[in-house]
Every structure is written in structure tokens, then in C-alpha cells.
Design a protein around this ligand. Structure first.
Ligand code: 3PG
Length: 307
């Protein structure tokens, strides 16, 4: 059996070493395709792979078609919007993610981006503090929860909304106040931290109206997905409201325009980097390898997402 790690954005070496140990101890072979620049390289590499570990790498119907022996794809991370689930299901390929394994890294970055913007991108001048401000969390999953707890530790007033969590006790356990609608969440947010996945329902869902409802001086923090933004609405709102800010680790399609027109009030990291820590790479990479071995040897489908 051949396990291919195909990562355009490679894991830390320690994570790759750990994956190799797990795969080889199971009696399988490990193949590596890192920093590839061309889809053709991925199409070639998957041809004889039985299992595939990816990050944000796109596993399209074309990739699945080229992967004649493929049985399982594990997205080492949370979001699996980069995998064509319907095509995988048709081809009898199991798709899994590794929920929670890289969440702390993303949560730490979200808070770091807030401080960066509050301190004028570390340029001279008077900034503001997070303490006492309202941190609003949009979706209370693994990352949202950690952002909430860390926000509390910084003395922020934390509120949250999650369309799938109706029990206020889930939020109260972290000292977080549940609000009842997206509208209320944005209207109260000094910092709005986005943690919704990119799905058919959420795509382009955060735009002009919600942004315009935010309090004076508010900052939208996006460590989720660029696809959830209505970028035209974002530009319009930030143009009309000179007090609003936007910060992200996933550059918008129109990031150049945003940077040019809004200058100091927007920032995007040069590369997606929420999960770019050695710890997150190790946690997610090793979990992916273990899930593959457990599936191939024991049929364990616990983290399957294309059921
Ligand atoms: C995730 O969905 O797990 C994060 O967005 C991290 O993505 P990455 O593995 O491409 O850094």
C-alpha cells in the first residue's frame, strides 16, 4: 500500500518524520509530493496511491479520476471544501478530516491579528487594547471555542452565535454569552472573528449589510475562508465606513484592490498561515496517518465526512 502526502504548503519536517514512522510501521510505503507548482505533478503522483494526505490541496474529480487505486483521502485539518465529496463518493473513496488538531494554532493567530490591527500594524502611533472590547464569534466549533476562551483570558466580553448550537449552556461553560441571531452578533462586535466553513449556504454570506451594522471602529477577522465573503460588499462597506478594519490570513480575490483603496485598515498575510505551526502540523499530520492506518487495517470510518 502506498500513502502519498501531497502538500503544496509542506508540513514541518518533524511532522513528515512522524507520518513516515506511522506509515512504515504499518508496513506501508510513504511517498512525498511537496511544494508542487503544477496540477500535472499531483495527477502523476496520485496514480498509484492507495491513500492520500492533503492540506488545502484541491482534490477535484480530475484528481480522483487519475487516482485509480485510491481508497481514502484525509484532509489534515478541519475544512474539506477543497475536496469534491460527490466525486469521491461516486468513486468509493472515503474522505476524512482531522477535526480539532490544528485549532489552537488558528485561534492564536486570530487573536494575534486582532492585536496587530489594534496596534496600527505595529507602526508608530497610539493604538487600542483588546481588554474590555466585545469579541463576537461567528460559529462555535473547535476554533471558535478556543478563540472565545483566549478572548476571555484577555479580559474581552465574549459573545457567540452558532446556527447549530441552541443550548446556551454550551457557551456559558466558557463564560461566553449566546446571542440569538447573526444580525445581533455583528451589531455588537468590536471584533468579529469568523469561523464558519465554506459551504453552499455560507458562500458570499458576509457582506455589506452585516458590516455596516458593526459598531464604530470594529474589525472583521477572517481566519476561516475567503469564499464566505461578499468581496464587493466588503469593499463598499469599508469605503463608506472609514472606521472599519479587515484582517485575514486568506487573501481575498480582490486583495490588491482592498490594499490599494483601504491602505492601513486592511491586512492579509502573504500566505494562508492559521495552521502554520510545528505543533499543528504534527497534530494534524500524525492524526491523518493514524486515521489512514486504522481505516485500511480495521475499517474505522469515525472521521468520514462523505457519508
Ligand atoms: C483548516 O481547514 O484546517 C485550515 O484552514 C488550515 O488549512 P491549511 O492546512 O491549508 O493550513
Amino acid at each position: 500500500m502506498k500513502v502519498l502526502v501531497a502538500t503544496e504548503k509542506p508540513f514541518a519536517k518533524k511532522a513528515v518524520d512522524g507520518i513516515r514512522t506511522i506509515v512504515e510501521q504499518a508496513g506501508y510505503e510513504l511517498a512525498l509530493l511537496e511544494k508542487y507548482t503544477d496540477k500535472a505533478q499531483l495527477l502523476g503522483a496520485v496514480a498509484d496511491a492507495d491513500a492520500l494526505i492533503i492540506r488545502s490541496d484541491k482534490v477535484t474529480a480530475e484528481v480522483l479520476e487519475a487516482a485509480k487505486q485510491l481508497k481514502i483521502v484525509v484532509r489534515a485539518g478541519a475544512g474539506y471544501d477543497n475536496v469534491d465529496l460527490a466525486a469521491a463518493t461516486t468513486k468509493n473513496v472515503v474522505v476524512m478530516n482531522t477535526p480539532g488538531q490544528n485549532s489552537n494554532a488558528v485561534a492564536e493567530l486570530a487573536l494575534g491579528l486582532m492585536i496587530f490591527m489594534a496596534r496600527n500594524k505595529y507602526t508608530p502611533g497610539t493604538g487600542t487594547e483588546l481588554q474590555g472590547k466585545t469579541l463576537a464569534i461567528h460559529a462555535y466549533g473547535n476554533v471558535g471555542k478556543l478563540v472565545g476562551r483566549k478572548g476571555k483570558a484577555l479580559g474581552m466580553n465574549v459573545i457567540a452565535y452558532d446556527p447549530f448550537i441552541t443550548d446556551a449552556a454550551v457557551f456559558e461553560a466558557d463564560g461566553v454569552k449566546k446571542v440569538d441571531s447573526v444580525e445581533e452578533l455583528y451589531a455588537k462586535a468590536d471584533y468579529l472573528s469568523l469561523h464558519i466553513p465554506a459551504t453552499a449556504e455560507t458562500r458570499n454570506s458576509i457582506g455589506y449589510k452585516l458590516l455596516m451594522s458593526m459598531p464604530k471602529g470594529a474589525t472583521l477577522v477572517n481566519t476561516a475562508r475567503k469564499e464566505v465573503l461578499d468581496e464587493a460588499g466588503l469593499l463598499k462597506a469599508l469605503t463608506e465606513r472609514e472606521d472599519l478594519k479587515y484582517v485575514t490570513d486568506i487573501a481575498a480575490e480582490t486583495q490588491e484592490t482592498l490594499n490599494e483603496q483601504l491602505g492601513k485598515r486592511v491586512f492579509a498575510t502573504p500566505k494562508k498561515m492559521g495552521a502554520e505551526t510545528a505543533e499543528a502540523n504534527i497534530n494534524a499530520g500524525l492524526a491523518a496517518a493514524n486515521q489512514i492506518v486504522d481505516f485500511l487495517k480495521n475499517g474505522n470510518r469515525r472521521f468520514q465526512v462523505n457519508k
